[in-house]
Design a protein around this ligand. Structure first.
Ligand SMILES: [Zn+2]
Ligand SMILES: [Zn+2]
Length: 321
């Protein structure tokens, strides 16, 4: 039996020092870099699959650590949502939950079987051929070809366009561990969480969490911006599942950072300013200093007056919290 390579072995082989090879060019052709990335994130590799940050050409440089409280962990790649029945055994059925099985023992009990009249990721509100498998395979390839993960000074890591991204492209699914909501967790602990509707009716407004702290997709690296170029949406994927996904709000040029609006409750604390650098930033650095100088009278809390004209599309906006 052929033993499958691990991600670490692929990484070591790809990044071997040029001096050890004969006259290798320092910068590889784009297609060769893509080939290395396809191997690095190949679903068939054995062992855990982690995220690697890249140089501007896309070459992987190192494994990305995530700070979780006092610990540093390596988040794993989730090509679709992860579910453990164990998390739900002692949970109370939420008011308004429309599903039939509680506690849920499969993901489909929570976010499966959406009505065909819900909007699908393909735009249909009637039967279509979409499946979670086709969607996640497409998005894995899209990520590798179109998106880079790079360090961002002061903000950890971010996602950047490797090639031009067209408006309305679905750039990724927000995946993670689907977990019960826990109001006692702090903002810090829920920074990689977003909401997804549960039960059969998307209109029920009953939600649970997709937690991308320990497992997720490239979209977990999308930083907040007060003038984002991407947006969360929720929709069905065929009739087998409901997904939270990220769509481009406009054409995005190569090397531009991909950003999302995390919602109004983010970055309202002057002690934790937003570093998006946009002119309409809701919480720019230095706001706390102004407030101290002026005896704590916060005079320029201009919310809402310069935000995007949004929701011309009928789909539901997701806020991340
Ligand atoms: Zn579809
Ligand atoms: Zn901002």
């Amino acid at each position: 039996m052929v033993k499958t390579l691990t991600q670490e072995q692929i990484f070591k082989k790809a990044t071997m020092r040029p001096s050890k090879r004969k006259r290798q060019p320092v910068v590889l052709a784009e297609k060769d870099v893509t080939e290395i990335l396809l191997q690095l994130y190949d679903k068939k590799l054995s062992g855990p699959h982690h995220f690697y940050f890249q140089n501007e050409h896309g070459m992987p440089i190192g494994k990305i650590p995530t700070e979780v409280g006092p610990d540093s962990i390596y988040c794993t790649v989730a090509n679709s949502n992860v579910f453990s029945g164990h998390d739900w055994v002692h949970t109370r059925k939420p008011n308004g939950f429309k599903g039939k099985v509680w506690p849920p023992t499969r993901l489909a009990h929570l976010i499966g079987s959406p009505k065909v009249t819900e909007r699908c990721i393909c735009g249909e509100t009637k039967a279509c051929d979409c499946t979670q498998k086709l969607f996640s395979d497409h998005l894995l390839e899209y990520w590798i070809n179109q998106i880079l993960i790079r360090p961002v000074p002061g903000r950890g890591f971010g996602a950047f366009a490797r090639k031009r991204i067209e408006v309305h492209n679905i750039v990724g699914e927000y995946t993670g561990q689907v977990s019960p909501q826990n109001p006692s967790l702090s903002d810090e602990e829920t920074q990689y969480h977003t909401e997804v509707s549960i039960g059969e009716a998307v209109t029920s407004k009953v939600t649970t969490w997709i937690d991308a702290t320990r497992t997720g997709s490239v979209t977990r690296f999308f930083n907040h911006s007060c003038k984002p170029n991407c947006k969360f949406w929720e929709g069905r994927c065929g009739t087998g599942s409901r997904v939270v996904y990220v769509e481009a709000l406009r054409n995005i040029k190569p090397a531009e950072e991909l950003t999302l609006d995390y919602g109004d409750e983010w970055f309202t604390d002057p002690a934790h300013p937003c570093l998006c650098g946009q002119r309409n930033c809701k919480n720019p650095p230095g706001r706390d200093l102004i407030e101290v100088d002026e005896h704590g009278s916060p005079d320029n809390t201009e919310e809402d007056d310069d935000t995007e004209s949004e929701d011309e599309q009928p789909r539901k906006k997701k806020t991340r919290r």
